[in-house]
Design a protein around this ligand. Structure first.
Ligand code: CP
Length: 307
């Protein structure tokens, strides 16, 4: 039986290249189950507690879909007000109780390290589905799986990440995974107000990973292999005038892409206006293919933690 060597998925720094190989091989097996090429009911009877205390469409539904594709079941809390956390129950007590009812917990929460606290309070596996503004490790795993499927390699890649690099936890998680591969190089494209945080920059400096920072979109993509676009997250700004200053700065259109017609375009979604719809039909626009990888990668993670 294949299994990951740890109980929880909390931070992308926990993964080795070997872990990624195991997760991606298992995700390919899961794709065969999804396509009907493999039948079988792996490990029937598990229950996942889906606890989302921040809005989510993709992460929550893809985890719940993954669970049901494995013929397992889901119990759910989708709103802090519908949970006893709103009655000042501690995360620790909450974790102890939920783990009586479920075999695995998937949790999104608005505080950094809240999922780690939950994981420490239970013997059951816990998966971080986003602890703002910290990590979104399962998104980064399926992002790297997508890059592998689109580019056929994870080595010698130049990866540009654009726009809201300060608040987008998926960009931080992605950098902490891609550094594992040979000769990776990053370009961070953003206005000054939304630059990649120091925790990521100092990690790259300490590990001698190459990166550049720019506020010029065309320069930032011109010789890259992958472009990871993010939405500017209006909901994260305390001062809305700061949002207004930068809200139209980085819109991806066909004219910008003239500078690099081979670049693989990715996006964690949801999209608002940062990628014009005229881009969608390009063969290198991979963001909807990326969304197809959400279920098999999450099936693989559930299987490898519970197996
Ligand atoms: N990318 C992502 O986490 O999407 P949701 O917020 O819809 O889950």
């Amino acid at each position: 039986m294949k299994k990951l060597a740890y109980k929880d998925i909390i931070h992308t720094k926990q993964f080795s290249r070997k872990d990624l190989e195991l997760i991606f091989e298992t995700a390919e097996d899961m794709e065969k189950i999804l396509s009907g090429a493999h039948r079988g009911k792996p490990l029937e009877g598990y229950i996942m507690a889906s606890m989302f205390y921040e809005p989510s469409t993709r992460t929550r539904l893809s985890f719940e879909s993954a669970m049901q594709r494995l013929w397992w079941s889901v119990i759910t809390v989708s709103d802090t007000n519908a949970s006893s956390l709103s009655k000042w129950e501690t995360l620790e007590d909450n974790a102890k109780i939920v783990s009586i009812y479920a075999d695995i917990i998937v949790m999104r929460h608005p505080e950094a390290y809240s999922v780690k606290t939950t994981a420490a309070a239970t013997l059951k596996p816990v998966i971080n589905a986003g602890d703002w503004p910290h990590q979104h490790p399962t998104q980064a795993l399926l992002d790297v799986y997508t890059i592998l499927k689109e580019r056929w390699t994870l080595d010698n890649l130049k990866v540009s990440l654009v726009w809201d690099l300060k608040y987008w936890r998926t960009t931080h998680s992605l950098v902490f995974l891609l550094w594992l591969f040979e000769n990776v190089e990053f370009v961070f494209i953003s206005p000054d107000e939304l630059k990649m945080p120091n925790k990521v920059i100092s990690f790259l400096d300490e590990n001698n990973i190459k990166y550049t920072q720019t506020d010029n979109y065309r320069d930032g993509i011109k010789d890259s292999n992958v472009l990871y676009v993010t939405r500017i997250q209006r909901e994260r700004f305390e001062d809305i005038s700061e949002y207004e200053k930068v809200k139209d700065d980085f819109i991806l259109d066909l004219e910008t892409l003239w500078w690099n017609t081979d670049i693989t375009i990715m996006h964690p979604l949801p999209r608002v206006n940062e990628v014009k719809e005229e881009v969608d039909s390009l063969p290198n626009a991979a963001f909807f293919r990326q969304a197809e990888n959400w279920v098999p990668v999450r099936m693989a993670l559930l299987y490898l933690l519970l197996g």
